[in-house]
Design a protein around this ligand. Structure first.
Ligand code: ATP
Ligand code: MG
Length: 303
């Protein structure tokens, strides 16, 4: 399968995000197609990363199959033949989506990014370093960057239409969507993340934090979107973990290192337009994504 910058299927486009296209394939179902676009420092690179979309799709599907006892999910099917059984009209374009798409139930997304942090990094570390708080709540003193948080912390954000999502307090979530739904989101997010963190740890991966999305369908709450992928989470290799500094990323590190080097030479300011990635960086990144899939699922992603 060649790298895909953007899919164009003959179905109404329900939404196009930084990484995925969602097609309305009828009967209240969506085809969620992961392209090979990669964003780093919040800028989408011009060159797609071969196999990245397949990895995101396979990882999401693998997780979704393990949470049936905790929450209903949007997944209908991931196997291409089964997807075609459900939506025969997809047969003609099979080559364009097979392996990178999931058939899901369409929902009304709850407008909250359900972030869970089991290690303190990124914007959470910056907030803590400046104010001693996370999501507005005080944390114990003396934490180092990348330290583990026990128990993990729910630190929600609003889904911003453009630009960066805005961190909000849990009290604000309860005001926005009502206390009952807010409590349920927090409880489910923590339960799913804790199981994920444990499973990943058994495979030598630190799942430092992640973001879930939920949707409502006929009054029922479903886990939607991608789940605990390298795009929605921080994946750190266990073997180089060392609190007190930022950690290398298991997936995007080759790209980040290259971009940091350009920035340090004054050749890129970390704003659009993105620079071109050299072949070696693209290839190294594909290997990293395949490695994430292999470590996590214990299986090779087929050719
Ligand atoms: N079952 C579902 N029903 C309805 N919408 C869904 C469902 N699953 C995922 N979505 C939505 O589809 C979109 C997925 O695309 P994508 O993740 O690329 O975009 P995004 O989240 O808007 O932006 P970003 O690139 O910052 O993640 C999201 O807006 C997500 O809320
Ligand atoms: Mg998204």
């Amino acid at each position: 399968m060649t790298a895909l910058r953007e899919s164009t299927l003959p179905f109404p486009l329900h939404a196009r995000g930084k990484v995925r296209e969602m097609y309305d394939v009828g009967g209240d179902r969506l085809l969620m197609v992961a392209s090979d676009r990669l964003s780093a420092f919040d800028v989408v690179m011009r060159r797609p990363i071969p196999r990245k979309g397949e990895v995101l799709t396979a990882v999401t599907r693998w997780w979704l199959q393990q949470f049936g006892d905790l929450v209903e999910t949007h997944l209908i099917a991931g196997d291409p033949d089964t997807i075609i059984d459900h939506v025969p009209a997809l047969a003609d374009t099979r080559d364009q989506w097979a392996g990178r798409a999931l058939l899901v139930r369409r929902t009304e997304p709850v407008p909250i990014e359900c972030v869970v942090r089991g290690y303190i990094a990124g914007s959470a570390w910056r907030e803590y370093a400046a104010h001693g708080t996370l999501a507005g709540e005080p944390l114990p003193g003396g934490l180092r960057e990348s330290d583990r948080l026990d128990p993990p912390i729910f630190s929600p954000a609003t889904k911003a239409e453009t630009g960066h999502d805005e961190n909000i307090t849990f009290a604000r979530v309860r005001e926005l969507i009502g206390p009952g739904l807010a409590d349920r989101l927090r409880e489910l997010s923590l339960a799913i993340y804790e199981r994920g963190r444990e499973r990943a740890r058994e495979r030598g991966i630190i799942l430092a934090d992640t973001k879930f999305e939920f949707g409502l369908r006929d009054g029922e709450l479903l886990l939607i979107d991608e789940v605990m992928t390298p795009d929605s989470s921080r994946f750190w290799p266990q073997e180089t973990y060392e609190p007190g500094r930022s950690q290398p990323s298991l997936d995007k590190q080759p790209v980040r290192d290259y971009l940091d080097e350009l920035a340090s030479r004054g050749e890129w300011n970390k704003r659009p337009p993105p620079p071109d990635l050299p072949d070696a960086v693209v290839e190294a990144t594909t290997r990293r994504y395949l490695e994430v899939h292999r470590r996590l699922t214990g299986r090779e992603l087929g050719p």
